[in-house]
Design a protein around this ligand. Structure first.
Ligand SMILES: [Zn+2]
Length: 297
């Protein structure tokens, strides 16, 4: 299950579909999480499916060429098609199928998701109008559906500036979007309003809201629990400490990257965010934050 995710997230982001169409062997596989919620693992961000008496609510849409396979996986759970499509953020491996699923469902997302998709976010062509969110919010929204409250909670400046995590209060499941890469270094998209300290803050805020008995769907990686989030928090705190100590010693960006991470974090390195990319993201992010603080003084 891990290998295809590695390959796929690498094309995540802006440049979407090209590789997806060239990989006909991609399979979309569903698995029950808890209560009324399933996860679909294919290529790109993990999809959440809530299915009940009212119908289907879907979280994220992976890539357009996978639409039929995704529909096939949903059909194994229910006869219904999604009436709501929630986007956790604007990256192409999470919204690529929006136009297709938006034909039957109302697309719901944070307002910055719509704004970045509409403009292209500085990374290519604007999204087609039919792929854009229909309903947007600022801080959050609750959808009362299938007998439970589905809370969409916006956490500012983390992975991007339009991140949402989704709580299924009855099923006791949360979908973290890309505020969670389970067991691997996270991607922090500094060019889409993400931030290093914001990402850490968002994780702590999420952790405080997630019950010990809840199942956690990460944007990438295997299903987890609150404890996996605690582990990520510790890893990021340790990483920031490493980079800040090196900065305080006057090491250059290149020297900081070349010095690597302590051996105990080797297993977090992966295809899309290897150790050197993680360290350079931390260096750039922390440097920019410091500069902004100095300017505001
Ligand atoms: Zn993402």
């Amino acid at each position: 299950m891990k290998a295809p995710l590695l390959a796929t997230t690498a094309l995540g982001l802006g440049a979407i579909t090209a590789t997806a169409t060239q990989e006909p062997e991609v399979q979309v596989i569903g698995q029950k999480v808890a209560g009324q919620v399933h996860i679909l693992v294919g290529q790109g961000g993990n999809i959440g499916i809530m299915s009940g008496e009212d119908g289907v609510l879907m979280i994220d849409t992976q890539f357009a060429p996978l639409e039929e396979k995704i529909r096939g996986a949903i059909a194994e759970i229910t006869q219904d098609v999604p009436s709501y499509v929630v986007n956790t953020h604007w990256h192409g491996d999470h919204v690529g199928g929006n136009a297709g699923f938006g034909k039957d469902g109302l697309i719901v997302a944070h307002q910055n998701v719509r704004a970045r998709m509409k403009s292209g976010g500085g990374r290519g062509a604007p999204a087609a109008p039919e792929a854009l969110p229909d309903l947007t919010y600022d801080d959050g929204m609750t959808i009362h559906y299938n007998g439970e409250a589905v809370h969409l909670v916006h956490l500012p400046t983390g992975h991007t500036d339009g991140d949402t995590i989704v709580f299924f209060t009855g099923s006791k499941v949360v979908h973290m979007g890309d505020l969670m890469f389970n067991d691997r270094f996270p991607f922090i998209d500094l060019d889409s309003g993400g931030s290093v300290s914001g990402y850490l803050r968002a994780l702590k805020s999420a952790y405080a809201q997630i019950g010990a008995d809840m199942k956690v769907i990460p944007g990438h990686g295997d299903l987890g629990t609150r404890e996996d989030i605690a582990k990520i928090i510790r890893m990021i705190e340790a990483s920031i400490e490493v980079v800040e100590a090196r900065m305080a010693q006057g090491m250059s960006a290149q020297e900081i990257v070349d010095a690597g991470m302590p051996e105990e974090y080797a297993s977090w390195s992966w295809g899309f965010i290897p150790t050197d990319r993680w360290l350079s993201t931390l260096y750039r992010g922390l440097t920019e934050e410091k500069r902004a603080q100095e300017q505001s003084r």
